[in-house]
Design a protein around this ligand. Sequence first.
Ligand SMILES: [Fe+2]
Length: 151
Amino acid sequence: MRTVKWCAQMSLGVPAIDEAHKAFVDEMARLAEANTEQLGAGVAALIALMERDFREEEALMEKIAFPGLRAHREQHTCALEGLKQAQAYIGAGEPAVGHATIAQLTRWFLIHLSTMDLALAVALEMAGEHLHPPPNVFLRAQLSRMLHMRL
Ligand SMILES: [Fe+2]
């Protein structure tokens, strides 16, 4: 399975979110190479990273009364539930489901980052919630190219 590595173009300019996303991308890359024994513990760690990142993003959305909060939260919930279901399959001795889910989650992350998280970053910038420049068109173009890579 091909992996995606963190790159500066993935940065949204929101330090807390960028740090969480980097940890998430790094863990997904590590899990793409994991053997069956490593997969169970790794997926548990990935779930913990996702829960923390999603809580931080949703707290920021609540803080600025972000209009896309409900739809954004629904995507977070679906992604998390999908990984938890894969965790159950792994626990039942079906690691192939875990590997397939990691590949899908990587694709999902790139789409989510370049749409919903990007919109949140722009809204945070407009609300004056962080000091870094807002994401630009280059980010979207870069992510679009990555989405067309075979993972
Ligand atoms: Fe998000």
